[in-house]
Design a binder for this molecule. Sequence first.
Ligand code: ATP
Ligand code: MG
Length: 605
Amino acid sequence: MLRPKREKKTEKVKLSKESIQQAKKIFQYLKPYQISFLIGWIFLILSTGMGLLFPVLMGKLLGGSTTQSVSPSNLQWINLNNINNVALALFILFALQAIFSFFRVIIFTKVTENVLRDIKTHAFSRLIYMPMDFFNQQKVGELSSRISADITQIQETLRTTIAEFFRQIIIVLGGILFLFFLSWKLAFLMLATVPVMSIIAVFFGRYIRKLSKIAQDEMAASNVIVEESLNGITNVKAFTNEVWLIGRYRTHLNSIFQLNIKSGLWRGVFASFIIFCIFGAIVFVIWQGLLLTQGKNPELSMEDFYSFIFFTIMMGASVGSLPELFAGIQKAVGATDQLMRIIGNNSEKELMKGTQKPLINGSVEFNNVHFSYPQRSDINVLKGLSFSAKPNQTIALVGSSGAGKTTIASLILRFYDTTNGKILINETDINDIDVEFLRSHMAYVPQEVLLFAGSIRENILYGNKTADENQLKDVALKANCLEFIEKFPEGFDTQVGDRGIQLSGGQKQRIAIARALLKNPKILILDEATSALDSESEKSVKQALDNLMKERTSFVIAHRLSTIKKADLILVLEQGIIVESGTHYELLKNEKGLYSKLIKLQNLE
Ligand SMILES: Nc1ncnc2c1ncn2[C@@H]1O[C@H](COP(=O)(O)OP(=O)(O)OP(=O)(O)O)[C@@H](O)[C@H]1O
Ligand SMILES: [Mg+2]
């Protein structure tokens, strides 16, 4: 069946000991703001505590207005006999609650925003230092959307959910205390019915939502059939599959039908449940309460009875909201757990411990280097490579796709560690060199040039943020891009668009070259810098490259062999092995060699 898989969007989060342990790390971010946070909590407790007085006062107000108010009340300690006074007290109560809540919300928001800013900064600065292998294992798009979803979840929870959760808990617990204080008999009766009913109602509601979610998925699947069939109508007709498709569509419609009937049934049950059980339970409690107020010597005063009713309503609402709030906190713990695990991965700094800062003069030596990518350790990408590049030489890497050229570049940049064998930079083991120091002497023009959204100026200055206008113009000239930049009305301030989409491939490549040139590196790596160019732009990029390769060691990876004729050393790679090496003319001598073959294929002799 071609049915799309049902997406599991609402992953069940379970609180495990380990995830709670991870989630606890959130406290380290809260620490700098702990005093504000504490004050926030005090306001929360104050405003909730005030809230608990509301039913008491309402009881006074309503009960006091009746003639039976002479009956003894359990809450005589609030000495308010006059209804006007009670009303006034209620207003004062609301005013205080309003003030407390105001400060609570502000403080929680402020603390949350601070914490989030810190977490985001920390997460980003951890991420950006993760080793390349980390990014191979994670899909980058997924990673960033997951992190932002996690952070949103944490934000929501810190700002409101936790506070709300505890507020409701205080209401429930405080409410229970008050209820027992008012009348233990009635309290027992009430607790045995109303909260139980509200919890059942919540789970009921969830079950019904789940049913309709399944029905929706099924609906989506059936829509796919219609869409596919109409889009591919020529196929449908040519293969005379109409009847088969109608059959498939009907099967889906039938199961949607069944599901909706089922959920309708449950909705009916739910409605009757609410009407009969919940309202029934409330009426039952009210009835029993009223019974207690009867007689000459009632067990319960009217005032207390009203208070009781208000407490019951308040608690009912609180209990009903607890499961959702708890689910929110659960999700936030899951989100924090995930985020902390990502942040907790070892960064390059922790993994690459080299500290030496030797003179980098451009000499690079590979000594029997073996390599396999960490997550595909069974496939050997490089199998015992040895070569040496002397300062200021140009080394060309050629070979078929997948031979391992980009991999060599990655190893020189120390994106990965070799599996076996050594790489020496000016006779120092690359593993002993401080990785940032090493890379600060290298420039890389990758296979796929990526410009950042911003101006051309910003993109070139990426190579050296302190360069001045003259240097900028100079490198632009050498990279053969000054001409086209100056043709733009806004010159260097022209925006390149997201990922540089407003420029042509060749223009982007020349800007990337200018960027590399501005860095003035000792070691330069060009991966297919002339791919995707027409011969006119290739010529101008080639010129730019020739300028770029002076006075530094350059590794040039190229499919177009015309660009590497002048190289001091050409390494011909096949499946991770150097099969031939030498200069262009030396290699041509071996007529049966791979290089000669490639040259012939490109008609380049
Ligand atoms: N990040 C990675 N994780 C795992 N395997 C990889 C990774 N990058 C490359 N490979 C594998 O390593 C081998 C060499 O790849 P590499 O990118 O070095 O080839 P290349 O010579 O640059 O090819 P091309 O000319 O197509 O750019 C390939 O078999 C490829 O599948
Ligand atoms: Mg490559």
